[in-house]
Structure formats: C-alpha cells, structure tokens
Design a protein around this ligand. Structure first.
Ligand code: HEC
Ligand code: HEC
Length: 372
C-alpha cells in the first residue's frame, strides 16, 4: 500500500498517544469509539463473526482471511494483492471504507476524526497478538454479564443448545425414519410469536432511556441515530402522513398496525446478524424507544411492560381490518374437501409423473375420477 500523508499523520498520532503516556486513556476512548463498529464486529473472548468478521488479532492479519466469513470479492482480492492490516491500513480503511477498498461490502460511511481513529486503533490493538492480555479483567466480566439468558428454553449461544440436547430425552424416529416428535423444549424455543392482543408476551419491562442506550450501541449504526435509517438500511420512524403521497414512506410510525409486531420483530431478528441476543427486558426497552422515536410516547422515563403493553396503539391501526375472507360467500359455502376414499372403488395409476408433464393440464384432470 502506498503511504498517503494522512496515513503517516495517523501513525504519528498513535505514536504520540503512546509517547505521552496517554495510551491507556486512548484505549478507553477507543472502546467508546468502537461502539460504532460493534453492531457488526465483535472482539474479545469468544468473539464470533457477525455482519462483519471478528476483529481479534487483526494486526498482521491478511485482509479477507477469517475462516467462515463471506467477504466481498474486493476484500478477498485486496488480501491476495498483499494488503495486511496494520495501524495505517486500518486507519485508511475506516476513514472512508468505500474509497479505500472499492466494492467492499462494509456498509459504514467512514470516520472523519483522526483522534477517533487513533484511539480506535489503540483499542483494537489490545485484542491483537501479545497485547491481547492487556484487556482488563473487569471488562471481561462486563462482557460476560452483557448476555444473561433469562429463559433457558430460548437460550441461543452454542452452550444453550448443548444444554438442551444434553438434558432432553430425544424420542426415537418413526417407522420410516422420517422425522420424530418435536420436544416440548423445541416447541417452546420456536413458539415465540406475539399477537396483537398480547398473547405470547413474556414478563418484563424497560424504559425509553435504557432503550436509547442499547439502541445507540446496537442499532444506530444501521438505523441511524434518530431511526431515520442510514445508507440503505430501513428507517424505523417518520413518514407519518405520507401514505397517500406518490412516494409513501412506510415505517413503524406511519404504517405498521400493531406494537406486538415491533416487539416480535426486534426479539426475533435484530440486531441484524446477531439475532436472539437481546433479553426480553432489552426488547421492551428498545420497543419503548421506537415508540419514543415516533413521538407515540414523549417521556424518557416512560416504561413499557407486559402490563401496559396492550394499552399502546400505533397510529395506523385503524387503517387495517381483520382478514375475514373465510367468511366470504364463496369460501363459507364450500364443502369440506375430501381427504380419503374420495373415488368409488380402487384408485388406479394411469401415468407416471416422470412421463407426464409436471404441470397437469387442467382440462384433462377436471371431471375425471382418477388422479393423474
Ligand atoms: C454495518 C456493518 C459494519 C460496521 C458498522 C463496520 N463494519 Fe467493518 N466490516 C463489515 C463487513 C461486512 C466487512 C467485510 C467487508 C468486505 O468483505 O468487503 C467488514 C470488514 C472490516 C475489516 C476487514 C477485516 C478483515 O478480516 O479483512 C476491518 C478492519 C473492519 N471492518 C473494521 C471496522 C471498524 C474499525 C469499524 C468501526 C469504525 C467497522 N468496521 C464498522 C461491516 C461493518
Ligand atoms: C447491521 C445492520 C442492522 C443492525 C445493527 C440492526 N438492524 Fe434492524 N434491520 C436491518 C435490516 C437489513 C432490516 C430489514 C430486514 C428485512 O427487511 O428483511 C432491519 C429491519 C428492522 C426493523 C423492521 C423495519 C421495517 O419497517 O421493516 C426493526 C423494527 C429493526 N430492524 C429494529 C432494530 C433494532 C431495535 C436494532 C438494535 C437492537 C437493529 N434493528 C439493529 C439491519 C440492522
């Protein structure tokens, strides 16, 4: 890589940080700056790939080489052409990812401030090589405490799964060795939908202000500081009154009918790339914050809980109607479909699917009493 003046300046800034003895301070600031990356990258003990690859031992690592991560062609090519990550190259990349590596799929606009980049690099260095040991114990404890799993049945991490399999008695397979009866634990883990009337809501609570801090750390990188959506990630707020316009802006505030869907969606699918990592209380707090972003609640100390949940309504609820198609005449009067012994006598095979055109011709099928 060629050394641009800004890369040299950055190296200088890091050297200055180390020389002035403010290295530890830089690391602390870097940890805060890293929140911008955290939605997509993990570091530290047990760090896994998320939307982006884990960044342990990034120093000296060839670009695009973490096992099991699907890089863009551009990143793989950069590595093959000799790009190795060091303070300069990370600094340049983070400053303007898409200029540094054209075609990268890292959806991050860039980090302008040189001091921020320098602290960030100092922080990342503590997870690389011999420096990795510098990570203070208390931080490790904090990381471990970050993910309590309230309900073992819906535990996500690998340990959670092992736990389940270990404790459960797995039923034998059926006659044809196709499938088996699902375990109660499996059904519980899968059955997490929440309905508009509140059915399925877990016990719990969370305030707008707690939601805001979780949001800043884990959602804002994609959905924008105010839910306005960054780059092409979706907006979570705004658009009210736009539905009749030529370009309607459909958001939770302008379009979605029920708050239960917000809770369900966040719990089930977000943060993107790290789904099911939030506790039930965190999801309450985030849902409360999404209400706040949409001006549906206005107090920062508003607390959303399993008790007051169904009292809250989204503005567009009345524009939706229950789906009552089953009651419409042509459905309602229909006879129960026949499921067995539907033709008199013995059914006979008249053609093999392999020979027959896969899509049956409706004219020949209709009115005949054999299934072709
Ligand atoms: C919206 C998600 C997202 C955010 C935010 C993000 N990254 Fe990335 N990052 C990615 C993806 C995806 C890749 C893989 C890029 C590719 O293959 O082109 C990546 C790749 C990288 C790489 C190259 C890693 C390798 O193994 O070659 C580095 C270094 C990196 N990111 C650092 C950062 C830092 C530092 C920040 C915060 C300032 C950050 N990223 C923010 C998604 C993100
Ligand atoms: C790495 C980027 C990323 C992060 C971080 C992220 N999301 Fe998302 N989010 C997405 C994408 C992409 C979609 C759209 C998915 C789709 O349509 O299939 C989405 C959709 C949503 C939606 C539905 C929006 C709509 O109108 O369809 C909600 C609500 C949401 N996210 C909440 C959150 C919350 C809360 C967090 C933080 C805990 C979070 N997201 C973190 C990328 C992200």
């Amino acid at each position: 890589m060629s050394r641009s003046p800004s890369a040299l300046l950055l190296a200088g800034a890091i050297a200055a940080l180390i020389d002035s003895g403010s290295y530890a301070q830089g690391v602390d600031i870097g940890e805060k700056v890293f929140r911008k990356c955290k939605a997509c990258h993990a570091v530290g003990d047990g760090a896994k790939n998320r939307v982006g690859p884990h960044l342990n031992d990034i120093f000296g690592r060839k670009a695009g080489t973490v096992d099991g991560f699907k890089y863009s062609k551009a990143m793989t090519a950069a590595g093959e052409n000799g790009l190795e990550w060091d303070a300069q190259s990370i600094g340049r990349f983070v400053a303007k990812p898409r200029d540094a590596i054209r075609g990268t799929k890292m959806a991050f606009a860039g980090m302008e401030k040189e001091e921020d980049r320098a602290s960030l690099i100092a922080y990342l260095k503590t997870f690389s090589g011999r420096g990795a040991g510098r990570q203070p114990e208390k931080k490790k404890a904090a990381v471990a405490a970050e993910k309590p799993t309230a309900n073992p049945a819906i535990a996500t991490g690998a340990e959670g799964k092992k736990e389940l399999a270990k404790n459960a008695e797995v039923p034998g397979h059926g006659t044809f060795h196709l499938g088996r009866v699902a375990l109660d634990e499996e059904i519980t883990a899968w059955d997490i939908d929440i309905r508009p009337d509140g059915a399925g809501l877990p016990d719990g609570r969370g305030t707008v202000s707690l939601g805001e801090s979780i949001y800043t750390e884990r959602c804002a990188a994609c959905h924008g500081d105010f839910g306005d959506g960054r780059d092409r990630w979706p907006a979570l707020a705004g658009g009210q009154g736009s539905l009749m316009k030529e370009r309607p802006e459909k958001t939770i505030g302008s379009y979605w009918p029920y708050l239960s869907t917000v809770y369900d969606y966040i719990r089930r699918a977000m943060p993107f790339g790290d789904a099911r990592s939030l506790t039930d209380d965190e999801v309450y707090a985030l849902t409360a914050y999404v209400l706040y972003l949409n001006d549906i609640v206005t107090e920062e100390d508003f607390e959303l809980s399993s008790e007051n949940f169904t009292a809250l309504h989204l503005p567009n609820e009345d524009a939706f109607i229950p789906d009552d198609r089953a009651q419409e005449g042509h459905y309602a009067n229909r006879n129960e479909p026949c499921m067995n012994d539907c033709i008199p006598g013995k059914a006979k095979v008249t053609m093999r699917a392999r020979v027959l055109d896969v899509t049956p011709d409706s004219e020949t099928v209709e009115g005949t009493d054999t299934i072709e």
